[in-house]
Ligand binder design. Structure first.
Ligand SMILES: Cc1cc2nc3c(=O)[nH]c(=O)nc-3n(C[C@H](O)[C@H](O)[C@H](O)COP(=O)(O)OP(=O)(O)OC[C@H]3O[C@@H](n4cnc5c(N)ncnc54)[C@H](O)[C@@H]3O)c2cc1C
Length: 445
């Protein structure tokens, strides 16, 4: 059995940050990831861009490892505004983790976990090497699905009051797009766009050099659908420019009634999303100005699953925390992103949706995520970070974005290291000292 002080399950945004933070604190840390690379949904699901980490008046709320990631992406020419390059992300995450001294085991699936009589935790995995067992003093579950915490007996919730989770989306990249032509149409047809709505004086050439985030084309979709040339749900298409000119990523397919921890549901989702993707690709090439010479670059390795299981923690983050801009003594992350929930039925984006009020923090203000959301209720020496942190569905809709997952991961890794240094359970650490550690790491808490 191989021993580590800390084991992190899942190498997405949260797991990467947890491992880097813990390894930098000098702790012998292993990250176990089922795929061939790091990033989780930010790379495997082609998710892009980083959602906003600032207040409405532009004050940054997330620093630390998230800022470091942005800086390294930027230095590699792989960041434009909040839009990043997937390949650069995979490489930078890998290199920072190795530089920090973290150990990495890819192609390995977490299987089960149990407490040993001395309080340490045995972690069992499966891979082409067969079954293996690792032992650790602290376990950080960043699997997004809460696999490890649940194996140790944690409670969880999923979906809305009927158990229905948000719809899933297969993201895909297209190349060969003429961004200037795209932005000319967008400027000239504001009634067809949910966003952006540009003034007639806007310069498409200048816009084409900046961040592109376009949602709309109502009448063209309607026309194509009536002619049997469009079969994806929803009233609009939504795409975001990648840093490389001419490349955009589509966040448009939607399939509902999918439980992201059911292989049967996921199979249905992949099949249905791929049909929708084929229809969208043909549609944009034929109907959307600027896409005439475009082509499908690649689809995500895994349909993007917005939510599965939310582990029940010592505190459950909810919509009241967002709208009341609540602050906490044990805050480990600040955010001002609104509650963002995609219909679980898979209706796709609708015109009406854009007119509804959103649950948000008051202008200029922010809310905080308390450390207690990272503590799995009833479990010793287990932390949960990222998508599976403790929240209601609405709370999750706000804190699931990449910058927050990185911040939660950094806090979890730092807390695990501190608990080893203080020789106390992760529940009993001095949270003022944790916050001081995070500030030293330039986290904005
Ligand atoms: C379609 C879609 C669009 C989104 N759009 C945006 C956006 O525009 N901007 C934004 O900021 N956020 C967006 N999000 C949210 C954001 O991408 C995720 O919430 C965030 O990336 C989750 O990070 P995480 O580290 O918590 O989990 P994940 O990224 O899900 O990482 C979990 C990791 O654990 C691994 N894993 C899981 N189970 C096991 C196991 N048993 N053994 C080993 N490894 C395991 C997985 O392979 C994965 O690498 C979107 C999400 C989706 C699905």
């Amino acid at each position: 059995m191989k021993r580590f002080e800390v084991i992190v399950i899942g190498g997405g945004s949260a797991g990467w940050a947890a491992t880097v933070a813990c390894a930098r604190a000098g702790r012998n840390t292993l990250l176990i990831e089922r795929y061939a690379y790091l990033g989780g949904w930010a790379t495997a699901a082609l998710v892009n861009p980083f959602m906003n980490h600032c207040t409405t008046d532009g004050k940054p709320l997330v620093g630390g490892l998230y800022s470091e990631l942005r800086d390294r992406l930027s230095k590699s020419g792989a960041l434009l505004g909040n839009s990043f390059d997937t390949e650069a992300m995979r490489f930078i995450m890998q290199e920072t983790l190795l530089e920090a001294g973290g150990s990495l085991r890819l192609h390995t699936i977490f299987d089960s976990a149990q407490y040993l009589p001395d309080g340490t935790i045995a972690v069992s995995t499966r891979s082409k090497s067969g079954a293996e067992t690792f032992v650790c003093d602290r376990l950080i579950d960043c699997s997004g699905d809460g696999d490890a915490a649940i194996a140790l007996g944690a409670d969880f919730e999923s979906g809305d009051e009927d158990g229905l989770p948000q719809a899933v989306t297969l993201m895909f990249d297209m190349g060969g797009v003429d961004p200037e032509k795209v932005m000319t149409y967008v400027r000239d047809n504001p009634d067809q766009m949910r966003f952006p709505k540009l003034p007639p004086t806007a310069d498409p050439a200048a816009l084409a050099d900046g961040t592109i985030s376009v949602a709309g084309y109502y009448d063209l979709i309607d026309q194509a659908r009536r002619q049997g040339e469009y079969s994806a749900p929803g009233d609009l298409i939504f795409f975001i420019g990648r840093p490389r000119r001419g490349e955009v990523v589509f966040n448009t397919t939607h399939v509902g009634n999918i439980h992201g921890t059911s292989a049967e549901d996921l199979t249905r989702a992949e099949i249905e999303c791929r049909k929708q993707m084929a229809s969208i690709v043909e549609f944009v090439k034929k109907y959307i100005p600027g896409f005439e010479k475009s082509y499908l670059l690649r689809s995500a390795d895994h349909v993007g699953v917005r939510e599965t299981r939310r582990i029940t923690g010592d505190y459950t983050f909810g919509v009241e925390d967002v709208v009341e801009a609540r602050k906490f003594d044990d805050a480990i992350c600040r955010l001002a992103y609104p509650v963002d929930i995609h219909s679980g039925k898979g209706d796709g984006y609708t015109k009406e949706e854009g007119k509804r009020p959103v649950n948000n923090a008051p202008p200029g203000d922010w809310y905080e995520i308390p450390y207690r959301c990272l503590l799995a209720a009833g479990l010793d020496n287990v932390l949960i970070a990222g998508r599976c942190a403790s929240s209601t569905q609405a709370g999750h809709g706000a804190i699931r974005i990449i910058p927050a997952c990185v911040a939660m991961g950094q806090a979890a890794g730092t807390a695990a290291a501190r608990s080893l240094a203080e020789n106390v359970s992760v529940r009993d650490i001095d949270t003022n000292a944790l916050i001081a550690d995070l500030r030293e790491q330039k986290a904005l808490v």
